[in-house]
Design a binder for this molecule. Structure first.
Ligand code: FPP
Length: 257
């Protein structure tokens, strides 16, 4: 399958025109705390400023024609942060959905949420559902918010779904293949990320989209998340375009082709 992808991409891109933007971009928004601390501010101020960067990123993704933008907003491990910081991030997410949902809907953005739903605060759950339901039929950018998300947890949940079907006799273990596993993940409805960006200079995946990142290109930007904007996104896409994607094969497919 990967070789076929590379072959298709190689054939489609003749190198004579501007390569298209990556269809699916995922971002690990990192550096809010350091942005605030470097200004002598509490970490929570960094998260507040980070929401402005979220707005800028969604707008820029729409303008650039990115089909799917996934933002890592809160990991299943982030509950271990100090209670006031967790509460600030929850509050910001609520404010974001309450204030921005109507505008996102007007712009045709479809909101999808990935992550475990069973242990999230009771005041957040209906807001996430409302965002998904209201924007369900929208067809411009798909904004995927990874909330209470951890890749290992997602894989465990997917494995349980498949194991339950095997236990009930609905499928045989030998029927299990990569497509079935992809189809049981939270991201089943859309393609894998072409480009994964992490801000703040850190270079790790931190339990984000580990299955889906098999053939993603990684771009690590030095800018802290609150400073992220359209120029930074374009910079990351330019770096992406300089990469050769081989999908495990030998043919060279220019990224974005
Ligand atoms: C990482 O910076 C950032 C987070 C864990 C939270 C990101 C949350 C937001 C931007 C706000 C809510 C999101 C949406 C979608 C409205 P860090 O605190 O780890 O920074 P540091 O590494 O400098 O300490």
């Amino acid at each position: 399958m990967a070789e076929q992808l590379a072959a298709d991409a190689f054939q489609e891109f003749d190198g004579s025109s501007q390569p298209p933007v990556p269809e699916n971009v995922a971002i690990i928004m990192d550096g809010n705390g350091r942005w605030a601390q470097s200004r002598g501010l509490p970490r929570t101020q960094g998260h507040r400023k980070g929401v402005e960067a979220v707005r800028a990123a969604v707008r820029a993704a729409g303008e650039l024609g990115i089909k799917t933008l996934t933002l890592f907003s809160f990991s299943s491990e982030n509950w271990n942060r100090p209670a006031d910081e967790v509460s600030e991030i929850m509050g910001l997410l609520k404010i974001f959905i309450r204030r921005d949902l109507a505008d996102l809907h007007k712009e045709g953005v479809r909101v999808s949420i990935i992550g475990a739903r069973d242990n999230i605060p009771s005041d957040i759950k209906p807001l996430l559902e409302e965002a998904e339901n209201l924007t369900r039929n929208n067809t411009s950018t798909r904004l995927v918010i990874a909330f209470n998300y951890g890749s290992r947890d997602e894989i465990v949940r997917a494995t349980k779904k498949i194991a339950e079907k095997a236990a009930s006799g609905e499928l045989k273990p030998e029927d299990i293949d990569q497509d079935m596993i992809s189809g049981a993940l939270d991201t089943a409805e859309w393609s894998d990320p072409d480009l994964i960006i992490r801000t703040s200079g850190e270079q790790r995946l931190s339990n984000f989209l580990m299955w889906q990142a098999a053939y993603s290109e990684f771009v690590f930007l030095d800018c802290l998340w609150p400073d992220f904007d359209k120029v930074e996104l374009q910079n990351a896409i330019e770096i992406y375009h300089s990469r050769d994607r081989r999908y495990g094969g030998v043919k060279v497919a220019k990224a974005g082709a």
